[in-house]
Design a protein around this ligand. Structure first.
Ligand code: PLP
Length: 420
């Protein structure tokens, strides 16, 4: 047997991995006998950092001790609490801190961004999304079209070609060449939840802008996974959630990016709330709305501090590891998974995710011919937490913060067994 296809080799890679100690900073789910499961589902819900409970507990204590005074007198006062997150979050998505704010949840932020960046005219009103966009994005786009008196057929789908799984940039180009005059907005998932394909954000933004369209991205599967470089890409806006690769807990707050060329434009249409109002006069209560500069100006409500404490705990772990280091490990870890799958030499499985690491994050989507969900059930029984997408895809996402090369090896061994 090939040494590179052995547990010993996987363990050697773990020994050489300078980030391997970060695994100990997370709670790894276990089976009823307390054995660690192989958790490869960070693309759905990231694991809990061990520090999360301490960060939340600190806020609970401030609340218990100080009551309302916690807004100003707490160890980390709640009034400006969201500001504690912006710098680390901005590094991860490649933005300036002023362009980023954590607030609401992904779909809510998407609608708020559409208020500002989807302003259709009689001539320019269509929206482009990728065909396999996450359903919530599609529902949001369709409802916005209807809200503005347009039809859901005005949602233009960027589709893979017949018999293919991935979207080609040249086909998006063709859509713009043919319908660019009528398209108002391109709203694309940075990394597709199903195929794992990462799209070229800068190229897409430049293409959209050439046709005078606004361009926004859904980074649900990109934030904490790939390096989207939002500022440099020039995207008009982006939204994401923090419960996947950002390990901030189920239903935790989302993030929002507004490029600085818009972020200080107080005249841009927006739905407003008091948390987006000038901090100096917010509590005067009688003032007309005066939008804060930066992405903060899109905030509506005072935010849930306990959820933000969980985000802070997670972002501190990212800071310590360094996102560039994580991305390097991620490329290696997913490359190892790909290598082991190739070595299986099994004609009934194929990876639909692009081979080029630049065009994917950590997730590989494995299509299994003639399989159904029972395959996923068997994998779960074998101690692997992964996820299944109808009709026939298993998504495996080794997260560099807490997954090891041995996890990847262990998954492939169990996968072989289950396929038998
Ligand atoms: C790509 C994508 N978009 C949108 C959503 C919806 O997110 P939320 O429920 O936070 O609005 C998800 C959730 O998993 C997602 O994966």
């Amino acid at each position: 047997m090939n040494y590179q296809n052995s547990l010993e080799f996987a363990q050697q890679l773990d020994t050489e991995d300078s980030l391997s100690h970060f695994r100990k900073k997370f709670h790894i789910p276990t089976d009823p006998n307390n054995n660690e499961l192989i958790y490869l589902c960070g693309n759905s819900l990231g694991l809990q950092p061990k520090t999360t409970s301490t960060y939340i507990q600190e806020e609970l204590q401030d609340w218990a001790k100080l009551g309302v005074e916690g807004h100003t007198e707490g160890e980390h006062p709640w009034l400006p609490y969201h500001e504690l997150l912006s710098e680390s979050m901005a590094k991860i998505v490649g933005a300036k801190p002023s362009e980023v704010v954590m607030m609401n949840t992904l779909t809510t932020n998407l609608h708020l961004m559409m208020v500002s960046f989807y302003q259709p005219t009689n001539k320019k009103y269509k929206i482009v999304i990728e065909a396999d966009a996450f359903p919530s994005d599609k529902y949001a786009m369709e409802s916005q079209l209807k809200f503005h008196g347009h039809d859901t057929k005005d949602l233009v789908l960027w589709k893979p070609r017949e018999g293919e799984e991935l979207c080609r940039f040249e086909d998006l180009k063709q859509i713009l060449e043919e319908q660019g005059d009528e398209i108002a907005l391109l709203m694309i998932g940075s990394t597709n939840y199903y195929s794992g394909q990462s799209y070229p954000l800068k190229k897409i933004t430049e293409l959209g802008h050439k046709y005078n369209c606004k361009v926004g991205f859904d980074l649900a599967h990109g934030a904490g996974n790939i390096q989207p470089n939002l500022h440099e890409a020039g995207a008009d806006f982006a939204v994401w959630c923090s419960y996947k690769y950002l390990n901030s807990g189920p239903g935790s707050l989302g993030g929002c990016f507004v490029h600085e060329r818009h972020a200080n434009n107080k005249d841009l249409k927006r739905f407003a709330g008091w948390w987006g109002h000038n901090k100096e006069t917010r509590f005067n209560m009688r003032k007309d709305f005066d939008a804060l500069p930066g992405a903060e100006g899109w905030q509506l409500s005072n935010p849930p501090i306990l959820s933000m404490a969980a985000i802070r705990a997670s972002l501190d772990v990212f800071e310590e590891a360094g996102f560039e280091n994580l991305r390097k490990k991620s490329i290696k870890l997913t490359g190892f998974l790909e290598f082991l799958l190739d070595e299986m030499n099994n004609k009934s499985i194929s990876v639909i995710t692009p081979k080029n690491p630049e065009e994917r994050g950590c997730q590989l989507s494995i299509q299994v011919k003639n399989a159904d969900k029972s395959l996923h059930t068997k994998l779960t029984e074998a101690g692997v937490i992964s996820d299944w997408r109808e009709p026939d895809v298993i998504r495996i996402a080794p997260a560099p913060l807490y997954n090891s090369f041995s996890d990847v090896f262990g998954f492939v061994e169990r996968f072989k067994e289950v396929l038998k």
